[in-house]
Every structure is written in C-alpha cells, then in structure tokens.
Design a protein around this ligand. Structure first.
Ligand code: PMP
Length: 355
C-alpha cells in the first residue's frame, strides 16, 4: 500500500465507521466540547456534551430509542402499532423519528405552554399532537394521564411513560455516561444537569460514579421545581414557589427515573431565568453555540460547581438541545420584555435580539 493510501485509509477518530443505518443509527456519540471562555474564567475545564447534534436535535433521542426498544422487547407493541407519550416536546420529536423508522404511529400529548416550533415540527414528522392545558401531575387531566388513557383506548398501543419508565435512565447508563467517561479519559471531577424526567441526570451520574465515586453529581434546577428544596432540606421540603421560562425541565415530584438515584446527588443549585438567559446569549457570543435555555442553565451550574470545587478541575454538563425550537421566543424583544428578561441581556449582546 502506498503511503498516500495508508494516510487516508485510517478511520478518523470520532468518525462513525461505515454506513449508518438511518435515523436510529445516528443517535448518540455526540462530541464533548470544551467551553473556552468559561474554562478560562473558572480555571477549570467546563465540558459540554453537544446533545443538540443528535439527529432529532436533542438529548431525548436517546431515551426515545430506549423506551421503544423496551416496549418491543416486552412484547407491548408490534409492527403497525401506536406509541403514545406525554412530553414537553423533545421526547416526542425523538419518538416521532424512531416511530417513522420502525413503522409505528406516534401520538403526543404536551402542555400548551410549550413553543410552537416544537408542535409544528412534531406535526411535520407525522405525529398526532394534542396540546392540553398545563396542569399538575395530581390532576387527572395532566398530559401524562391523558397519554396513558389514549394508549389504553387502542389495540397494539403503548404509553412509553418516560417519567417512570427506567428504560429512559438506562439510555444514559449505557450511552451518555460511558461516552463522557471515554471522552474525558476517566478524568472528571463533577457532572451536572437539569432534570425533567431525571433520566439524563440519574443515568449519567450513576454511570460516572460507578467508575469514580469521587465525581460530584449536582442537580441544576429552575425556579418552580421542587428538587433544589428537596435536596437542600435532606428530603423534607417540596417547595414549588416560582416559575421559569425554561422548557422541558423542572419537576414537581421524585420520578422513578430519579429514585433511588436521588441518593447519589451531592448538591444542587437553583438558577433564576435572568442568569440562564444571560448565559444563553454569552454562549452565542463567546462560543458560537446556539442552545436552548435548559442548556444555558446547565452551563451556569457547571461554572458554579467548578468555582465550588476550586481551580484545576473538570466539570461536564449537557447541551440538551438547540435554540431553533425556541427562537420565536428567546430572540424576540417583545417576548423577552413580556417576561421581564430584556434587562438580563447586557448592552453588547443586545445585537442578538433579532426578532
Ligand atoms: N432539556 C430539555 C430541553 C428537555 O426537553 C429535557 C427533557 N424534557 C431535559 C432537558 C431533561 O431531560 P430528562 O428528561 O432526561 O431529565
């Protein structure tokens, strides 16, 4: 073999070898990015898993694949059947893709507070979408209970129940956690992310701690979620006060995906929307990274955790999805003003408010 052929015939590191089998084969194996300006600011490596690079555009593609595979393995669904789920949108988008790839119908119930972009995308992917009033889990009209009842009313249908189906957490024990461990070559001091179902946090943290019990696992919580008060009070308080513009995160209860992994939580931070929005615009300006508000919140907490751990450490977090699916909100001056968040964007970043 000539030296030319030798030089170009090796598979590049990180390149998927061979031809990937459609959508499903493209899930996972996302890059771990070092955020330069925040790493310099904290004196630690701030590492962010680029989950917006999954084919459905979010971390939830992983869970979507695992809950459908779980239903198939348990014989709960057969070809031509229907997958029904309650979701803030991202799991639904992942499911819509997985269902198309596998020949299932997809029915989605979601709170009507979620962005129009997610609803539109779901419909474009062929899902039947039911936006319903956003009521608490203990109300029978909550989107999850409506999804369960819909599945029960059909033959050959499954409610994948991402909140309490631990196949969701397993996706991160088997993929996200091992990927971060391999990408950091086993040198990591902290991991943090926000929780919706808790699957990403619990699965990733559980795997990383199984490799090195000294890795600190911190929950990143928005206002209105109970987890921060639950952790800080040692499990005694469930404070729901406040609300947040972040979508897909914040929880009013301990889901089965979090329990019993709530015991592995080392701490938590609750981040006001103002700080998350400032970070969202900073990431765009300083790193060229275009992500949604939950990702920005995650990065805020990664920097707080790095500062708490002291310099010279490594903290990893999750960039859960891209900003495309919220852009009519996050980059609109009138929307930001309506949420009293325009003041959170410093003068030199105002140029990014383009809508
Ligand atoms: N960020 C976004 C944008 C999401 O949509 C979700 C899931 N709803 C999460 C974070 C949280 O992921 P998990 O359900 O694994 O806790």
């Amino acid at each position: 073999m000539s030296s030319f052929v030798r030089a170009y015939s090796t598979v590049q590191p990180g390149l998927r070898p061979g031809i990937t089998k459609g959508f499903i084969g493209a899930i996972g194996n996302t890059p771990l990015l070092r955020l330069k300006s925040l790493s310099e600011e904290t004196g630690s490596d701030i590492l962010a898993k680029a989950e917006f690079m999954n084919p459905g555009g979010s971390v939830k593609d992983r869970a979507a694949l695992f809950v459908v595979k779980d239903a198939e393995e348990k014989g709960l669904i057969k070809t031509g059947g229907t997958v029904v789920e309650g979701t803030a949108g991202n799991t639904g988008i992942g499911l819509a893709h997985v269902c198309r790839a596998k020949g299932y119908k997809c029915v989605i119930y979601m709170p009507n507070t979620q962005s129009q972009e997610k609803i539109d995308l779901l419909r474009m992917l062929g899902a039947e979408v039911h936006p319903v009033p956003a009521v608490a889990f203990d109300n029978p009209e909550n989107y999850n209970h409506q999804a369960r009842r819909h599945a029960e009313s059909l033959n050959n249908a499954v409610w994948t129940n991402q909140f309490d189906n631990t196949a969701n957490r397993r996706a991160h024990i088997e993929t996200t956690g091992p990927e971060i461990w391999a990408q950091t070559e086993g040198r990591l001091d902290g991991f943090t992310c926000a929780t919706g179902t808790g699957g990403t946090f619990a699965g990733t943290a559980r795997y990383l701690k199984s490799q090195d019990k000294n890795i600190k696992a911190y929950i990143a919580d928005p206002p209105g979620s109970v987890l921060h008060s639950y952790i800080q009070s040692g499990g005694k308080s469930f404070d729901r006060a406040g609300g947040s513009i972040t979508e897909g995160i914040g929880q009013g209860r301990i889901t089965d995906n979090m329990a019993p992994d709530v015991e592995i939580v080392d701490g938590s931070f609750c981040v006001p929307d103002e700080e998350s929005i400032t970070m969202l615009y900073r990431l765009l300006d300083e790193e060229g990274i275009y992500v949604g508000a939950s990702s920005a919140l995650n990065v805020v907490v990664a920097t707080k955790l790095a500062k708490e751990l002291g310099p010279g450490k490594r903290v990893a977090t999750i960039l859960a999805d891209g900003a495309y699916r919220y852009q009519s909100r996050l980059f609109s001056r009138s929307w930001l003003e309506s949420k009293k968040l325009d003041g959170a964007i410093p003068e030199h970043l105002q140029k990014y408010i383009v809508l």
